[in-house]
Design a protein around this ligand. Structure first.
Ligand code: G3I
Length: 340
């Protein structure tokens, strides 16, 4: 009898242990993904399948890849990700409709008056949003429109289309009235003017009845990012009443690209604490405003910080180069258990 009780107790403990991060949180959790890795790499695919409830295309829904020629859209890779998400029961987040970066050459070369530019952007947004209508829960409609000093970033869109942000939200809403529409940006911590510009934008859009439903805070932060500044960004964002998406989370440990950097225990545990802080702060957001947390790709090896920024000794995520859970993963899941 005693043995049975012990065994029952043990099996209860084991079943109460939540083996995957997605089971340790009450909001959608995911990462951006790359369709080639989803196809070719079993470890990558397994993590996407078992650990996450939400996916974002890291690159394949951006203008350059989805709209390669004036008269041609290429939905093939975006569709692959959406099909994978649908087959594995995950939410799909759309990234991104309007950005100054990753714009195809034909758009850069485009000549036309304001009306022609508006028609180009409207048709881009409406074709992409309509294609994914009902399959994509929310869209980063406009990405990174403000500079650190709070001014509007010069771009093809800002230069040719007055009020392009509001128009983009309206066009996206017309194409899928059910989609949750986000303004997405990075580096608001310690940049009060940039943060204020975003808050002013939200207030202005709301006042004019333009549909905006969420704020994406990218959260490309580092191990030394100041917590009081991160908390202030969250607090101000929550006050808008919009949904909050931590949309591109990673925590750099070697931001200055020191070639002799060693990822030793001390820095790994400081990074784990920083992940804990981000999750704990996010869990204090009212549930109705929690759209979710998205990591920017899956393993350290896949991170844009290594590829795009050419920082070979960077380790910003929860899975290592061999797709094994890092100590930060274990620290995080254990701390989430105590909070839930
Ligand atoms: O696929 C091509 C390949 O065919 C070519 O040979 C190679 C040569 O450079 O480039 C490959 O494309 C690269 C692409 O990533 C796919 O790996 C581009 O050069 C590279 O510029 C691109 O970088 C992406 C970056 O956005 C572009 O600005 C990163 O993967 C992506 O993680 C990053 O994501 C952005 C978010 O969308 C917005 N927030 C910031 C975040 C980081 O920059």
């Amino acid at each position: 009898m005693k043995l049975i009780t012990i065994l029952l107790g043990l099996s209860y403990c084991l079943s109460a242990q939540k083996p995957h991060l997605k089971e340790a949180v009450k909001f959608p959790l995911g990462s951006s993904v790359n369709p080639r890795l989803l196809n070719e790499n079993e470890a990558y695919r397994n993590i996407a399948t078992t650990e996450w409830t939400s996916l974002t295309a890291e690159n394949h829904m951006k203008m350059m890849l989805i709209h390669p020629a004036a008269d041609r859209f290429d939905f093939s890779k975006g569709d692959e990700i959406v099909n994978f998400a649908t087959a594995s029961g995950k939410r799909m987040h759309g990234h991104t409709l309007v950005w100054h970066n990753q714009v195809p050459q034909w758009m850069k070369d485009f000549q036309g008056d304001q009306k022609a530019w508006e028609s180009l952007l409207k048709s881009h947004i409406q074709t992409v949003v309509s294609h994914y209508k009902g399959k994509i829960a929310g869209w980063d409609v406009v990405n990174e429109s403000f500079l650190d000093d709070g001014s509007l970033r010069p771009s093809l869109w800002a230069d040719h289309i007055p009020d392009y942000i509001a128009k983009s939200f309206q066009w996206a809403h017309e194409s899928d009235p059910g989609a949750i529409l986000f303004y997405n940006d990075y580096g608001q911590d310690g940049k009060p003017k940039k943060m204020q510009a975003i808050l002013d934008l939200v207030a202005d859009l709301k006042r004019r009845g333009i549909p905006i439903h969420g704020l994406g805070l990218q959260m490309h932060i580092n191990v030394d990012s100041k917590r009081n500044e991160l908390q202030e960004v969250l607090d101000k964002s929550i006050k808008t009443g919009l949904k909050i998406h931590l949309s591109e989370l990673d925590i750099a440990v070697n931001p200055k690209n020191n070639p002799d950097f060693i990822y030793e225990e001390k820095v790994a545990s400081a990074q784990a604490e920083q992940f804990n802080f981000v999750f704990k702060s996010y869990m204090k957001i009212p549930a109705a405003q929690q759209y979710g947390i998205t990591f920017w790709n899956i393993s350290d090896k896949d991170s844009w910080l290594r590829g795009y920024f050419k920082r070979p000794k960077e380790y910003p995520l929860l899975f290592d180069d061999k797709y094994a859970k890092k100590p930060a993963y274990t620290t995080l899941i254990n701390s989430l258990h105590t909070l839930n």
